[in-house]
Design a binder for this molecule. Structure first.
Ligand code: FES
Length: 84
């Protein structure tokens, strides 16, 4: 498996083989992952799927960005941009 790129807010983010979406976003300097339903800002925090602070929309489905492997061509957006 090799790296590639996915879209974050419509902009290409490159990733390395085996990297999570959250890790690739962090390495690209993207720390603000949008807002949750209550308006709190989401960001990478625990890295193990426990805090739910890194939820994003991945091809239209809500997922933990720290647990979701980056893959070529994914469309990743803040949750509120897709699910209101
Ligand atoms: S950073 Fe805590 S669930 Fe992803």
């Amino acid at each position: 498996m090799s790296g590639g790129s996915f879209l974050w807010r419509g902009a290409a983010i490159s990733f390395r083989a085996g990297e999570s979406i959250a890790s690739a976003l962090l390495r690209a300097g993207e720390r603000d992952l949008g807002a949750d339903g209550a308006g709190a800002r989401l960001r990478y925090f625990c890295g193990i799927g426990a805090c739910q602070n890194c939820l994003v929309s991945v091809d239209g489905s809500i997922a933990e960005s720290c647990l979701t492997p980056a893959s070529d061509g994914l469309k990743v957006d803040p949750v509120e941009a897709v699910h209101g």
